[in-house]
Design a protein around this ligand. Structure first.
Ligand SMILES: Nc1ncnc2c1ncn2[C@@H]1O[C@H](COP(=O)(O)OP(=O)(O)O)[C@@H](O)[C@H]1O
Ligand SMILES: [Mg+2]
Length: 251
Protein backbone atom coordinates (compact mmCIF):
# COMPACT_ATOMS: atom_id res chain seq x y z
CA UNK A 1 0.00 0.00 0.00
CA UNK A 2 1.47 3.33 -1.05
CA UNK A 3 -0.81 5.69 0.87
CA UNK A 4 -3.16 4.93 3.70
CA UNK A 5 -5.34 7.69 5.12
CA UNK A 6 -7.32 6.81 8.26
CA UNK A 7 -10.15 8.80 9.76
CA UNK A 8 -8.83 12.23 8.84
CA UNK A 9 -10.51 15.30 10.32
CA UNK A 10 -9.84 19.02 10.32
CA UNK A 11 -11.79 22.01 11.54
CA UNK A 12 -11.15 25.71 11.16
CA UNK A 13 -12.64 27.53 14.11
CA UNK A 14 -16.19 26.22 14.24
CA UNK A 15 -16.17 24.91 10.67
CA UNK A 16 -15.65 21.15 10.33
CA UNK A 17 -13.96 21.13 6.91
CA UNK A 18 -13.16 17.39 6.85
CA UNK A 19 -14.33 14.48 8.98
CA UNK A 20 -14.06 10.67 8.92
CA UNK A 21 -12.12 10.62 5.66
CA UNK A 22 -10.34 7.34 4.97
CA UNK A 23 -8.93 6.03 1.73
CA UNK A 24 -6.03 4.07 0.32
CA UNK A 25 -3.93 4.37 -2.80
CA UNK A 26 -1.76 1.65 -4.31
CA UNK A 27 1.40 2.22 -6.32
CA UNK A 28 0.48 2.83 -9.95
CA UNK A 29 -3.07 3.94 -9.08
CA UNK A 30 -4.69 7.26 -9.99
CA UNK A 31 -7.23 8.43 -7.42
CA UNK A 32 -9.35 11.53 -8.05
CA UNK A 33 -11.02 13.42 -5.23
CA UNK A 34 -14.15 15.18 -6.46
CA UNK A 35 -17.02 17.03 -4.84
CA UNK A 36 -18.71 20.44 -4.83
CA UNK A 37 -16.92 23.63 -3.84
CA UNK A 38 -16.18 23.62 -0.13
CA UNK A 39 -16.42 19.81 0.07
CA UNK A 40 -13.01 19.57 1.74
CA UNK A 41 -10.91 18.40 -1.22
CA UNK A 42 -8.10 20.94 -0.83
CA UNK A 43 -8.09 20.50 2.95
CA UNK A 44 -7.57 16.72 2.51
CA UNK A 45 -4.91 17.40 -0.05
CA UNK A 46 -3.07 19.86 2.15
CA UNK A 47 -3.06 17.40 5.05
CA UNK A 48 -1.47 14.72 2.85
CA UNK A 49 1.09 17.23 1.51
CA UNK A 50 1.92 18.56 5.00
CA UNK A 51 0.66 22.12 4.38
CA UNK A 52 -2.03 21.51 7.02
CA UNK A 53 -1.73 19.45 10.15
CA UNK A 54 -4.67 17.06 10.69
CA UNK A 55 -6.94 17.64 13.68
CA UNK A 56 -7.39 13.88 13.87
CA UNK A 57 -6.38 10.79 11.94
CA UNK A 58 -3.34 9.15 10.45
CA UNK A 59 -1.50 9.34 7.13
CA UNK A 60 0.90 6.53 6.27
CA UNK A 61 3.13 6.64 3.19
CA UNK A 62 4.75 3.34 2.16
CA UNK A 63 4.73 2.20 5.79
CA UNK A 64 6.00 5.53 7.22
CA UNK A 65 3.70 7.58 9.42
CA UNK A 66 3.85 11.08 7.92
CA UNK A 67 0.94 12.56 9.90
CA UNK A 68 1.60 16.21 10.71
CA UNK A 69 5.08 16.32 9.14
CA UNK A 70 5.97 19.69 7.60
CA UNK A 71 5.88 19.92 3.78
CA UNK A 72 9.66 19.64 3.25
CA UNK A 73 9.77 16.37 5.20
CA UNK A 74 6.73 15.00 3.37
CA UNK A 75 8.53 15.97 0.16
CA UNK A 76 11.69 14.21 1.33
CA UNK A 77 9.64 11.03 1.95
CA UNK A 78 8.75 10.98 -1.74
CA UNK A 79 5.64 13.10 -2.20
CA UNK A 80 5.82 15.46 -5.19
CA UNK A 81 3.38 18.26 -5.59
CA UNK A 82 2.65 20.70 -8.38
CA UNK A 83 2.36 24.39 -7.59
CA UNK A 84 2.23 27.50 -9.67
CA UNK A 85 5.81 28.41 -10.51
CA UNK A 86 6.74 30.93 -7.83
CA UNK A 87 7.10 34.53 -8.97
CA UNK A 88 10.68 34.56 -7.67
CA UNK A 89 11.57 31.88 -10.22
CA UNK A 90 9.99 33.56 -13.20
CA UNK A 91 13.19 35.42 -14.07
CA UNK A 92 15.03 32.10 -14.39
CA UNK A 93 14.98 30.03 -17.53
CA UNK A 94 12.84 26.92 -17.83
CA UNK A 95 15.98 24.76 -17.52
CA UNK A 96 17.21 26.66 -14.44
CA UNK A 97 13.89 26.08 -12.70
CA UNK A 98 14.25 22.31 -13.17
CA UNK A 99 17.96 22.42 -12.24
CA UNK A 100 17.02 24.14 -8.98
CA UNK A 101 14.60 21.34 -8.19
CA UNK A 102 17.27 18.75 -9.02
CA UNK A 103 19.82 20.46 -6.79
CA UNK A 104 17.35 20.41 -3.92
CA UNK A 105 17.15 16.67 -4.56
CA UNK A 106 20.95 16.39 -4.69
CA UNK A 107 21.23 18.13 -1.32
CA UNK A 108 18.73 15.67 0.09
CA UNK A 109 21.14 12.93 -0.95
CA UNK A 110 24.06 14.93 0.54
CA UNK A 111 25.69 15.22 -2.88
CA UNK A 112 26.81 18.85 -2.80
CA UNK A 113 29.79 18.45 -5.09
CA UNK A 114 29.99 19.98 -8.53
CA UNK A 115 29.35 16.83 -10.61
CA UNK A 116 25.82 16.98 -9.22
CA UNK A 117 25.47 20.43 -10.74
CA UNK A 118 26.73 19.39 -14.17
CA UNK A 119 24.60 16.29 -14.09
CA UNK A 120 21.64 18.46 -13.18
CA UNK A 121 21.82 20.12 -16.63
CA UNK A 122 21.54 16.77 -18.42
CA UNK A 123 18.86 15.51 -16.08
CA UNK A 124 16.97 18.78 -16.36
CA UNK A 125 17.02 18.43 -20.14
CA UNK A 126 15.85 14.81 -19.89
CA UNK A 127 12.93 15.84 -17.68
CA UNK A 128 12.06 18.73 -20.00
CA UNK A 129 12.15 16.32 -22.94
CA UNK A 130 9.80 13.99 -21.04
CA UNK A 131 7.20 16.73 -20.53
CA UNK A 132 7.60 18.11 -24.06
CA UNK A 133 9.40 21.29 -23.02
CA UNK A 134 12.93 20.67 -24.35
CA UNK A 135 12.61 23.29 -27.07
CA UNK A 136 11.79 25.93 -24.46
CA UNK A 137 14.64 25.18 -22.04
CA UNK A 138 16.36 28.55 -22.58
CA UNK A 139 13.25 30.70 -22.33
CA UNK A 140 12.50 32.69 -19.18
CA UNK A 141 9.74 30.97 -17.21
CA UNK A 142 7.95 34.35 -17.11
CA UNK A 143 7.06 34.24 -20.82
CA UNK A 144 5.57 30.73 -20.89
CA UNK A 145 2.00 30.07 -21.96
CA UNK A 146 -0.23 28.74 -19.18
CA UNK A 147 -0.25 25.14 -20.39
CA UNK A 148 3.55 25.20 -20.63
CA UNK A 149 3.85 26.48 -17.04
CA UNK A 150 1.83 23.44 -16.00
CA UNK A 151 4.24 21.16 -17.87
CA UNK A 152 7.20 22.92 -16.25
CA UNK A 153 5.57 22.42 -12.83
CA UNK A 154 5.23 18.75 -13.64
CA UNK A 155 8.94 18.48 -14.57
CA UNK A 156 9.81 20.20 -11.25
CA UNK A 157 7.57 17.84 -9.29
CA UNK A 158 9.19 14.85 -11.03
CA UNK A 159 12.73 16.02 -10.24
CA UNK A 160 12.98 13.92 -7.11
CA UNK A 161 11.26 10.79 -8.46
CA UNK A 162 8.21 11.01 -6.22
CA UNK A 163 6.44 7.82 -5.13
CA UNK A 164 3.26 9.84 -4.89
CA UNK A 165 2.31 12.82 -7.02
CA UNK A 166 -0.25 15.30 -5.66
CA UNK A 167 -2.02 17.59 -8.11
CA UNK A 168 -4.74 19.95 -6.86
CA UNK A 169 -6.77 21.01 -9.90
CA UNK A 170 -3.86 20.55 -12.32
CA UNK A 171 -5.87 21.55 -15.38
CA UNK A 172 -7.65 24.63 -13.99
CA UNK A 173 -7.54 27.42 -16.55
CA UNK A 174 -6.63 25.16 -19.48
CA UNK A 175 -8.58 24.54 -22.68
CA UNK A 176 -10.25 21.14 -23.08
CA UNK A 177 -7.60 19.74 -25.48
CA UNK A 178 -4.79 21.05 -23.22
CA UNK A 179 -6.43 19.38 -20.21
CA UNK A 180 -6.65 15.99 -21.90
CA UNK A 181 -3.06 16.31 -23.20
CA UNK A 182 -1.66 17.20 -19.77
CA UNK A 183 -3.49 14.34 -18.08
CA UNK A 184 -2.40 11.88 -20.77
CA UNK A 185 1.17 12.93 -20.09
CA UNK A 186 0.72 12.62 -16.32
CA UNK A 187 -0.93 9.21 -16.69
CA UNK A 188 1.90 7.87 -18.81
CA UNK A 189 4.60 9.29 -16.51
CA UNK A 190 3.10 7.92 -13.28
CA UNK A 191 2.44 4.62 -15.07
CA UNK A 192 6.09 4.26 -16.09
CA UNK A 193 7.32 5.20 -12.63
CA UNK A 194 4.71 3.01 -10.86
CA UNK A 195 4.00 6.09 -8.77
CA UNK A 196 0.62 6.91 -7.26
CA UNK A 197 -1.37 9.93 -8.36
CA UNK A 198 -3.80 11.80 -6.13
CA UNK A 199 -5.61 14.64 -7.87
CA UNK A 200 -8.61 16.92 -7.65
CA UNK A 201 -10.25 18.11 -10.81
CA UNK A 202 -13.21 20.18 -11.96
CA UNK A 203 -13.56 18.62 -15.39
CA UNK A 204 -15.54 15.38 -15.13
CA UNK A 205 -14.32 14.34 -18.58
CA UNK A 206 -10.75 14.41 -17.27
CA UNK A 207 -11.78 12.59 -14.08
CA UNK A 208 -13.59 9.77 -15.85
CA UNK A 209 -10.84 9.37 -18.45
CA UNK A 210 -7.83 9.52 -16.16
CA UNK A 211 -8.77 8.27 -12.70
CA UNK A 212 -8.98 4.58 -11.97
CA UNK A 213 -10.71 5.30 -8.66
CA UNK A 214 -12.79 8.22 -7.48
CA UNK A 215 -13.46 9.47 -3.96
CA UNK A 216 -16.48 11.76 -3.70
CA UNK A 217 -16.59 14.28 -0.85
CA UNK A 218 -19.52 16.45 0.21
CA UNK A 219 -19.68 18.54 3.35
CA UNK A 220 -16.28 17.26 4.42
CA UNK A 221 -17.29 13.59 4.35
CA UNK A 222 -16.87 10.71 1.92
CA UNK A 223 -20.21 10.09 0.21
CA UNK A 224 -19.05 7.58 -2.40
CA UNK A 225 -15.95 5.76 -3.53
CA UNK A 226 -15.25 3.42 -6.40
CA UNK A 227 -14.35 2.89 -10.03
CA UNK A 228 -15.48 5.60 -12.51
CA UNK A 229 -18.32 3.44 -13.86
CA UNK A 230 -19.70 2.81 -10.36
CA UNK A 231 -19.44 6.49 -9.42
CA UNK A 232 -21.22 7.61 -12.60
CA UNK A 233 -24.22 5.46 -11.68
CA UNK A 234 -24.20 6.24 -7.95
CA UNK A 235 -27.53 7.89 -6.99
CA UNK A 236 -25.95 10.04 -4.24
CA UNK A 237 -23.33 11.33 -6.64
CA UNK A 238 -25.93 11.96 -9.32
CA UNK A 239 -28.01 13.93 -6.79
CA UNK A 240 -24.99 16.10 -5.96
CA UNK A 241 -24.40 16.88 -9.61
CA UNK A 242 -28.08 17.03 -10.54
CA UNK A 243 -28.87 19.52 -13.24
CA UNK A 244 -25.26 19.83 -14.35
CA UNK A 245 -24.44 16.57 -16.05
CA UNK A 246 -20.97 15.22 -15.47
CA UNK A 247 -19.43 16.81 -18.52
CA UNK A 248 -19.75 20.40 -17.44
CA UNK A 249 -20.22 19.99 -13.69
CA UNK A 250 -17.80 21.83 -11.48
CA UNK A 251 -16.47 19.61 -8.73
N1 LIG B 1 -7.79 28.11 6.04
C1 LIG B 1 -9.11 28.03 6.24
N2 LIG B 1 -9.71 28.73 7.22
C2 LIG B 1 -11.03 28.64 7.44
N3 LIG B 1 -11.86 27.84 6.74
C3 LIG B 1 -11.32 27.11 5.75
C4 LIG B 1 -9.93 27.17 5.44
N4 LIG B 1 -9.67 26.34 4.39
C5 LIG B 1 -10.85 25.79 4.06
N5 LIG B 1 -11.84 26.25 4.87
C6 LIG B 1 -13.25 25.84 4.81
O1 LIG B 1 -13.28 24.43 4.83
C7 LIG B 1 -14.24 23.92 3.92
C8 LIG B 1 -13.56 23.03 2.87
O2 LIG B 1 -12.74 23.83 2.03
P1 LIG B 1 -11.80 23.21 0.91
O3 LIG B 1 -11.05 22.07 1.47
O4 LIG B 1 -11.01 24.33 0.33
O5 LIG B 1 -12.87 22.68 -0.14
P2 LIG B 1 -12.71 22.31 -1.69
O6 LIG B 1 -11.27 22.23 -2.04
O7 LIG B 1 -13.42 21.00 -1.81
O8 LIG B 1 -13.43 23.38 -2.44
C9 LIG B 1 -14.94 25.15 3.34
O9 LIG B 1 -16.10 25.41 4.12
C10 LIG B 1 -13.93 26.25 3.53
O10 LIG B 1 -14.56 27.50 3.63
MG1 LIG C 1 -10.09 23.18 -3.52
Amino acid sequence: MLLQVDDLAKSFGGVQAVRNVSFTLEAGQRLAIIGPNGAGKSTCFNMVGGQLSPGHGRIVLAGDDITGLPPHLVWAKGVGRTFQVAAAFSSMSVRENVQMALLRQASRLRAFWSPARREAVDRADALLERVGMAAQAERPAAVLAYGDIKRLELAIALAHDPKLLLMDEPTAGMSAPERQALMELVTSIVGEARAGLLFTEHDMGVVFNHADRILVLAGGEVVAEGAPDTIKDDPTVQAIYLGHGFDEATA
